[in-house]
Design a protein around this ligand. Sequence first.
Ligand code: UT7
Length: 342
Amino acid sequence: MRAPLFSKVVVHSFAREIPLRKVPNDDLAKLMDTNDDWIRKRTGIQTRYWVDEPTTTSNLGSASAKKTLALAGCDQVDAIIAATLSPDFNFPGIGVQIQNDLNLDCIPAYDIRNQCSGFLYALEMAGALIETGVYQRILVVGAEVHSTGLDRTTRGRDIAVLFGDGAGSCIVERKDCCHAPGPVFSLLGTELHSDGAFVDQLWCEHPGSAHFPIRVSVDLVEQGKIFPTMNGKLVFEHAVRRMVEVSMSLLGKLNRQPRDLRLIIPHQANLRINSLVAKQLGLDEEQVFNTIQKYGNTTAATIPIGFSHAVEECDLKPGDQILSAAFGSGFTWGAAVFEVVD
Ligand code: UT7
């Protein structure tokens, strides 16, 4: 399996946008048959943030992207790559809305549909476009509004308690053109995978063009077919296995070992998944940077949100090596390795 290794690509100016409404587990227990104890023990989640008024995925993505541009001290990029599973509309995607919100001079706007791996897919694409000289500076955004797409009744409790709203963003840029204030991360390599045999193990079936003669109906809405469903145990097992596998594979291609890592900033689907991944990589719990306790699973936004916090809280030093890994619907999974340059 090929994995692109990069020599000319840096990533910087991580920012986040989190909606104001904090939703503690106890608030969910008022909507469905669940409780704080179950959610904390099985997932690690204590709170998540849900939009409280008409706020869309592109609104959150644009707000985060504005912060990223301010941090980077720039007002123009060559392209946008936006990842989400919860676009404002079936089409078009949110990339064009972010382009318009930010007044970014008719630049190309890509949309990525790889769910929890979406940010890593966007990052690899941005890295490849920079490394090959197509563009010099790309804005990458991961954004989600899950709360309006969840079954907030007991029928949907296995999924509804997991997800939160939010956005994260960064700039991916050619190293020799970068004048951003630190921290700046070299993107050393990425590795991505998919296995569509598991498409129906974590999905949202309706509305979709697979359905004839119409994509959704009142009956299907009443049956809850417009909400996501998941085979939680199967997803859990695959997540642990694949995140470890892809991390070891990419580290090997970069001639590195897990012990070379200062930190992992993984996707946030379940605290127990991340503990098992760390254990199997031979890392200490303190080397795993988790945000799930506060935000739940924000899917494509999770990794850039994690980086935005790590930059503020972790006293990162030049030479620190950082690994990200993610797994999600598709199935899709991947990893990326970074090194702090300043
Ligand atoms: O980012 C995308 C990838 N997503 C993931 O990686 C998620 C992976 N899966 C998971 O994190 C876990 O499978 C869950 C957190 C979703 C579920 O945890 P689990 O330990 O696998 O629980 P379970 O599905 O086996 O359910 C155990 C019990 C069941 O009751 P019975 O059959 O034992 O009576 C469920 O009905 O817990 C029940 N249950 C709940 N109880 C209270 C399921 N959801 C809830 C809930 N509150 N929210």
